[in-house]
Design a protein. Structure first.
Length: 99
C-alpha cells in the first residue's frame, strides 16, 4: 500500500475539517477577550426573539476552507468583544458545532 493513501475522499476532508476546528477552537476560546477594550465575558448578552422570549447566541457559519475559518473567527471576535453578543460557530457542510 502506498504511503498516504490510507485516507481519501470524504474521510480525508472530514479529518481536515475536524483538525481545523480543533486548532481554531484552542486558539480562540469562547471566554477569551482578544481586544484591550473588550466586553467582559460575563456581561455578554444573547439575542432574544421578541415574540417568544427565546434567548440564543448569534450563530456564525464557518466556510469549510482555511480562510473561511480565519474570517469567521475574526468576525466572531469583533462581535463578542465590541458588541458584547455571545457567538457560536458551526462548520458548513455538516462539520458540526465548534465550541
Amino acid at each position: 500500500e502506498e504511503l498516504g493513501t490510507w485516507q481519501r475522499g470524504p474521510e480525508r476532508a472530514q479529518t481536515a475539517t475536524m483538525l481545523r476546528a480543533a486548532i481554531f477552537s484552542l486558539l480562540v476560546p469562547a471566554s477569551a477577550q482578544c481586544l484591550g477594550n473588550a466586553t467582559n465575558p460575563w456581561l455578554r448578552k444573547n439575542l432574544v426573539n421578541p415574540e417568544t422570549g427565546e434567548s440564543y447566541p448569534l450563530g456564525i457559519t464557518i466556510g469549510d476552507w482555511t480562510a473561511g475559518y480565519a474570517a469567521s473567527y475574526m468576525a466572531g471576535i469583533l462581535i463578542q468583544d465590541m458588541l458584547g453578543i455571545n457567538v457560536t460557530y458551526t462548520v458548513a457542510g455538516g462539520g458540526g458545532q465548534v465550541e
